[in-house]
Design a protein around this ligand. Structure first.
Ligand code: PLP
Length: 383
């Protein structure tokens, strides 16, 4: 086994924060069920309640707007499948750049699906949403619009404020997948127009097993899992109190640690270093606003499957940005929507930094990157 020392895949899952680990383990040692009225149950209820307050604070939400789920995928499914039902939506509007969790949930509703495109920078074509709304308004149709705030592959920050302006005052509904934005951008859920928003614990170092759907009061009937009335009847199933405790603790510890890691400087150093070695480097989304912690790029002619293998052997973990659950490298539907040719998309790699990242990681990464690309070029010259 290689000694993995450099972890540059925070967008897939961030390393567990020590604060989250401690909270998780402390809750594991409690006995009972947060819904029980006895002392043990009340102790677990207090853990869940505290985490709800903490998560709400970082999301700019009210406590009672936070519904804990088992994953972001579940929160998204509740928003879209449950939302389509509760809002009696006639059609769903998504962008081509959504995570598959959104695209598959939208397909699962069985409703007509309008997919709006991305431009060459990776930005959602807001004018296509405007025309979908105008078309729907003409025939009295009600839409559920589902868009992401930050793209998980490119880091591109979407013009959600413009989409809010379109959907907010209308009879239509807006769901925002804020999984890659939460903790890294100010969200202010309570005071902004989205009806529903999904956030997740493990992307900020809280560990897997907990996420949340943020729901405005009028969206209270958006349900997916019936059951024993947990989460004020909005999500059945005994709450995963240890995972939720980790989530809450991460929301307290993450922002300061993330800020101190200065990921924007790390990404810039990595991009500058790569470009000095490979002047033909293509950085996707480079000319628009991106979240500071991620870079998605390609060295033309250097296939990502080979580069990832070489980096992995050197102890550096990166992603193609489009790894499917089978672990295979696929071509990215996001880059395809941006009009990136397949032969370039097959060379796309994503590095994503986070709370534990340092400049030493960047230096070690650049050394390994230089060797991998150098080997590839030498092979091409020899061939
Ligand atoms: N939405 C976005 C933007 C994501 O990046 C992810 C995970 O990568 C998800 C949804 C799904 O999260 P999970 O697989 O943790 O349920």
């Amino acid at each position: 086994m290689p000694r993995q020392t450099i972890y540059l895949d925070h967008n897939a899952s961030a390393p567990l924060l020590p604060e989250a680990r401690a909270a998780h383990i402390a809750a594991l040692d409690l006995t009972g069920n947060p819904s029980s009225v006895h002392a043990q149950g009340r102790a677990l209820r207090a853990v869940v309640d505290q985490a709800r307050t903490e998560v709400a604070k970082l999301a700019g939400a009210e406590r009672d707007q936070v519904v804990f789920t088992g994953s972001a995928t579940e929160a998204i499914s509740q928003a879209i499948i449950g939302g389509a039902r509760a809002f009696r939506a006639d059609a769903i509007v998504v962008s081509e750049g959504e995570h598959t969790a959104v695209l598959k949930a939208a397909e699962a509703t069985g409703l007509p699906l309008k997919r709006v495109g991305l431009d060459a920078d990776g930005l959602i074509k807001v004018e296509e949403i405007a025309s979908a709304i105008a078309d729907a308004d003409r025939v009295g149709m009600r839409l559920l619009v589902a868009v992401h705030l930050v793209n998980n592959e490119t880091g591109v920050i979407q013009p959600v404020d413009r989409i809010e302006t379109l959907v907010g005052p209308s009879p239509h509904f807006l769901f925002v997948d804020a999984v890659q934005a939460f903790g890294k951008m100010v969200l202010e859920f309570a005071s902004r127009p989205p009806d529903l928003m999904a956030i997740s614990s493990h992307k900020i170092g809280g560990g897997t097993g907990a996420a949340a759907l943020l729901m405005k009061g009028h969206a209270d009937q958006v349900r997916l899992i019936p059951g024993g009335g947990q989460e004020s009847g909005r999500r059945g199933g005994t709450e995963n109190a240890p995972a939720i405790a980790g989530f809450g603790a991460a929301t307290v510890a993450f922002p300061d640690r993330f800020y101190r890691a200065d990921v924007g400087t790390l990404v810039r150093a990595a991009e500058d270093g790569m470009r000095s070695m490979c002047p033909d480097l293509v950085i996707f989304g480079e000319s628009t606003d991106r979240i500071g912690n991620v870079s998605n790029f390609a060295v033309p002619g250097v296939r990502n499957s080979l580069a990832m293998m070489g980096l992995d052997l050197a102890g550096v973990s990166v992603s193609s940005g489009s790894a499917c659950s089978s672990g295979k490298v696929g071509t990215s539907h996001v880059l395809a929507a941006m009009g990136v040719r397949n032969d370039l998309s097959e060379c796309a790699l994503r590095i994503s930094f986070g709370w534990s990242s340092t400049m030493a990681d960047v230096e070690a990464y650049l050394k390994a990157f230089g060797e991998v690309v150098g080997r590839h070029k030498a092979r091409r010259v020899a061939a």
